[in-house]
Design a protein. Structure first.
Length: 581
């Protein structure tokens, strides 16, 4: 007996309440499908999801089921940048997962369709999917179109920094603001939203080839419809997310992450998702799998082209075809087939030929002449051969810190810099924009980790540095906060343990010498007041500083951010909420 039908026998009020909601009498005996989305007027990535929800519900109905729509709208990091609103961003992931758990488990369903597009909506839904653990399909909301001159939103930070420095006038800044988001969908670069859409497919939780399609494409509506049909099939078969998400499927996702130069925020989200399945991965897992991995995707922010070209070049399947030799092809997926079988089916059913037609149309639209390999390189013609992120460790970050080295100037791969610590982003960005920092500085922003302020993004500061022709190649930004998936430049985040927890980053003083060694995976304090010291001397100095250190008073005394700051684990473990003693 389906769980929904068992529930009807236990709760006599259930049927009349659903009839009052608008269900028909015949709907009550059908497989009941939970349709959860982040639809709302919060931002372009969620504003169009109602259309996909309706397509999914049509598919459910045509397959003999009944879909019930539920909503938990996400926030927009871009709209919150530069304000305290961004402090809610990472915490919102946990709250979305919590709400999905509540909604789905309060009235059990036989299956589910989850629809989201963006930074915290995607991982929040993937975490919620694990907690509910009924047969389910993920539908990703796709990417927005590029604007004129192939303008995309991540360039706004650069335009803003140039305006602050007097390099462009207000008219040019206004032009960029008015043209950077010309349609619905996630921002058109391989930021966190795009990366997490790709991760969902790489784990086997979406229909093959559906991740990060152009949000305005009729193909996306069709994929949502087919996903609705598939959810009924899965409900009847009983194939659950826990049958699909395994260590092998997570390793596949990380290998795809390396190939696309994915967002560093993935190092927060995949471990948190894995934790919901009882699987522990961390920054070291990423570092291990990225070493020697081939980086293939020439899309922004590390590459040249907007994200809408991802689908035109063949999307996730095309990436997987190039790295097939390192993937676990025997993992199960939502199709009821293995990953290897899915890839073979796509080749046989004309998927790549359809993508080529879209690429031809885009070339004509934008007046360019791109081939598939201009977007997704072949394995033997990789952009890089050491993945895209590295985990740095040392006496400054004993648990680790992350750098996206594919977006970092080579000049900063090995350097010894002078420490310039700031206890807030506001103070730091003022110093950067008004040239109060100099080449050779290691600029620190601390007390911005999960326990400090919720772990906001340091996007504007990173953009101010990377867009400065001199500073972008001569200083580094180090923080216990995190970065936008759009960030580029010499930026190191997730420094753990964080300052609020008494990590060594809290003990850094003006003039300390900071060693960065990306190939050697080192982030360490190697000197004091400009003078080199032995490791033993540094340890003794840090021990003395720790005796005099006191944590800052909690920034948030109540509400969501107090809950998050009190219970979030280390960024290297995923910054999920842990209520164990």
């Amino acid at each position: 007996m389906l769980i929904s039908q068992k529930m009807r026998t236990l709760a006599p009020e259930l049927d009349p309440l659903r009839l009052g909601t608008g269900w028909k009498l015949e709907d009550l005996a059908k497989p009941q499908i939970f349709v959860e989305s982040t639809f709302g007027d919060s931002h372009p990535g969620s504003g169009h999801l109602d259309k996909l929800v309706e397509a999914a519900c049509r598919g459910i109905a045509d397959a003999g089921g009944h879909g019930a729509r539920y909503f938990c709208t996400d926030m927009c990091d871009g709209e919150s940048q530069g304000t305290d609103g961004i402090n809610y961003s990472l915490a919102s992931r946990e709250m979305i997962a919590n709400m999905i758990e509540i909604q789905a488990n309060a009235t059990p369903f036989d299956g589910a369709v989850y629809l989201a597009s963006c930074d915290k909506g995607m991982p929040g839904n993937l975490m919620g999917m694990a907690r509910v653990n009924v047969p389910a399909v993920m539908v990703t909301g796709g990417t927005m179109s590029a604007g004129p001159e192939l303008l995309t939103l991540e360039q706004l930070g650069m335009y803003s920094a140039k305006y602050e420095r007097g390099e462009i006038d207000e008219e040019k800044l206004t032009w960029a603001k008015c043209n950077a988001c010309p349609s619905c969908g996630a921002c058109s670069f391989i930021g966190t939203a795009s990366t997490m859409q790709i991760m969902a497919e790489a784990m086997g939780l979406t229909l093959p080839g559906s991740a990060l399609m152009p949000a305005t494409s009729p193909d996306l509506i069709q994929y949502a419809y087919e996903s609705g049909k598939k959810s009924v099939e899965l409900a009847l078969k009983g194939l659950k997310p826990t049958d699909i998400v395994t260590l092998d499927s997570l390793e596949n996702a990380i290998l795809v992450h390396a190939a696309i130069s994915g967002s560093t925020n993935t190092l927060l989200h995949l471990p948190a998702i894995a934790h919901e399945y009882g699987i522990e991965i961390d920054g070291d897992t990423f570092d291990r799998l990225h070493r020697g991995a081939h980086y293939l995707l020439d899309l922004r922010p590390a590459g040249r082209w907007p994200a809408e070209f991802f689908y035109y070049a063949g999307g996730v399947p095309a990436i997987m075809e190039e790295i097939m030799d390192v993937l676990h092809l025997d993992v199960m997926t939502v199709t009821g087939k293995t990953l290897g079988e899915n890839l073979a089916d796509l080749k046989a059913n004309g998927f790549y030929e359809r993508c080529q037609k879209w690429l031809d149309a885009a070339n004509e639209k934008y007046g360019i002449h791109l081939t598939r390999e201009d977007i997704i390189r072949s394995y033997d013609n990789a952009i890089g051969t050491d993945g895209s992120v590295a985990i740095l460790k040392g006496n400054l970050a004993p648990e680790g810190a992350v750098i996206k080295h594919t977006a970092c100037p080579k000049e900063m791969f090995q350097a010894v810099l002078r420490a310039r610590p700031f206890d807030s982003e506001e103070d730091c960005i003022d110093a950067v924009l008004h040239h109060k920092v100099e080449p050779g500085d290691a600029v620190f922003i601390r007390y911005e980790g999960p326990q400090g302020s919720g772990m906001p993004e340091m996007f504007y500061t990173s953009e101010a540095i990377s867009s400065d022709k001199e500073l972008g190649r001569s200083i580094a930004l180090i923080t216990d906060g995190r970065f936008s998936g759009a960030s580029t430049g010499p930026v190191i985040g997730h420094c753990s343990p964080e300052a609020q927890a008494g990590g060594p980053i809290a003990l850094v003083e003006e003039g300390d010498l900071i060693q960065i060694d990306v190939p050697g995976r080192i982030l360490a304090i190697v000197g004091v007041k400009g003078e080199r010291k032995t490791p033993e001397e540094i340890d003794a100095i840090l021990a003395e500083r720790k005796k005099a250190w006191k944590p800052k008073p909690r920034k948030y005394k109540r509400g969501t951010l107090r809950l998050f700051s009190e219970h979030a684990v280390s960024p290297m473990k995923g910054a999920y909420l842990d209520f164990q003693d």
